[in-house]
Design a protein around this ligand. Sequence first.
Ligand code: PMP
Length: 426
Amino acid sequence: AYQRVLEINNQHLYPPRTAYFAEPLLLHQGHMEWLFDHEGNRYLDFFSGIVTVGVGHCHPKVNAVAQKQLGRLWHTSPIFFNLPIHEYAEKLSALLPEPLKVIFFTNSGSEANDLAMLMARAHSTNIDIISFRGAYHGGSPYILGLTNVGYFKMELPGAAGCESTMCPDVFRGPWGGSHCRDSPVQTIRKCSCAPDCCQAKDQYIEQFKDTLSTAVAKSIAGFFVEPIQGVSGIVQYPKGFLKEAFKLVRERGGVCISDEVQTGFGRLGSHYWGFQTHDIVPDIVTLAKGIGNGFPMGAVVTTPEIAKSLAKRRFCFSTFGGNPLACAIGSAVLEVIKEENLQENSQEVGTYMLLELAKLRDEFEIVGDVRGKGLMIGIEMVKDKMSRQPLPPEEVSQIHEDCKHMGLLVGKSGIFSQMKKKRQSG
Ligand code: PMP
């Protein structure tokens, strides 16, 4: 059966699933944190379908709610009322701080960010949008200009009016800096020139101001940010950076968008939303992945004032967004997070893992850094700690495969393997 699946994959499917694992698993079943392949082998799932299945595969409560709604009503379109969307909107908005109270539903993270970009432009009446280098905000043509992980852009034309600015990366940025002082794990800094977190922040802020003063960003519409960058390798910023950056953007008429597609719904442990870990309140929040625990779903939450900018144009974004099935599932996910104290669990288990992984970092030269928050954790693989040169991609892939053979599924992220491929192809 596996051979036949491989043939169909290679002939008819894009993207080829073999881009990630040389021999991808043929998955048949999932139960909570476990996945089972076609031969019945069991795997502990640490990557949860790219940071998505937050409450567990086929969670019994979510399944029961989905089955009930499936037998009742799937789809209405936005021209009718349905109870699941109204119940869900009330529950979700209660979890967000004032003035973030108006919700637009979508089907994915890319769509949510597309819509947020449109809102930022409609509201500010400006065009230019800024994001960090290394950011991932989606793959649709509109949002692609803000996705600055090199290999996702390739030679594709990006959206006009999008500007990338230097990412204040505490591990790899030019001014380094230690991790936020509230992290249980501190970066090992063998390089004596690396300043501390606050000094690094000031340097990065100066750089950010430079970007804002360039012609393209003079009339800024918005600034998109992931509270922790996921796709480019669990990248964290110096403490206090985002607070100052938000202020600068707002002073220039732009709105601030927190992309919570990976960091939302309690994953970071200490707080329900990633923006809260930076002590900021954005003007727009975008959600996907964990919102539906794997069911296609996304949302944009904003202020009544910004929402009006689109509403007054009688704009309807999606036929499917907020359909009764998705919203019933979304409600069940919120209940499970609460009933099973999953945010507290992220904090407790995440802190334990960070501390235990830091022991590996202290012991092994190739473990350059251990970082993250709650259950969004990254291990930076390097040739050696002093140079911080990335471990060759083949070696990282081998570790990844070895984990799979030992029954553990982990994700791979970062920018280095793809940069190398690009260089090789000229
Ligand atoms: N934002 C972030 C932070 C993401 O990680 C992703 C997906 N990796 C997206 C947006 C896009 O989401 P989707 O794949 O659902 O379009």
